[in-house]
Design a protein around this ligand. Sequence first.
Ligand code: GUN
Length: 283
Amino acid sequence: MTAQIIDGNALSKQLRTEVAARAQALKAKGVTPGLAVVLVGDNPASQVYVRNKVKACEDSGLHSVLEKYEADMTEADLLARVEALNNDPSIHGILVQLPLPAHIDAQKVIEAISPAKDVDGFHIASAGALMTGMPGFWPCTPYGCMKMLESIGYDLKGKHAVVIGRSNIVGKPMALMLLQKNATVTICHSGTADLKAMTLQADVIVAAVGKRNVLTADMVKPGAVVLDVGMNRNDEGKLCGDVDFDGVKDVASHITPVPGGVGPMTITMLLVNTLEAAERAPN
Ligand code: GUN
């Protein structure tokens, strides 16, 4: 079997067209959806990420503001900026790029963002809303994974989903989203005794560890759906995921590539969340 590729670029394009149309409709009512991206310091990867986020906003007709600060910005000054953005009616979503410099308490900064503008979905209120099934913003990467499953018409009810990785940004929210769609969910992590025994039982596998070849063909049940959240470099310096794509594609029914899989979906879901924040905002 050769797996069908779930093309994150193609799906993103389709979703971003819908975002652009909804943004136009809001603009006609006098509201331009606005995202503020805050970058502290000069982490090279973060600089690329924030540039891509701002460009994606522009391409979809959303207003975006990029605020860049020196690495020695104080925590108090950053909290004051977040508060100003909370009170700025032209801004509907606030994203503080992580990681922050070590002298700043990232959790404190995230908790300072108004939950109504928490388009990253990292605030405790957003996490609590996801856990209890209440309306709120879902973290963009696992949300993008759910959209990818939806795009292939996959019904999770009665299926066994195995999530590899337990981060607050991907693994844990991913498990809750799959659970909400009636999957039976197992979370595996570095303390899992026999990862292969778990993944071999899975109908859906989400690999979100940040390490190459965490999932190889011998660990996958024939016909399983495999979503790869990893972003790593191989020995030749080429971008690769957590999944041994070349091996697993011969066993899985569907698989996401790296690059061109989950990656573009993360930014797309940020646009969706920002648009929804603007649609929900009182005006
Ligand atoms: N750093 C890496 N990914 C992300 C993300 O999705 N959001 C934020 N705020 N920082 C990040």
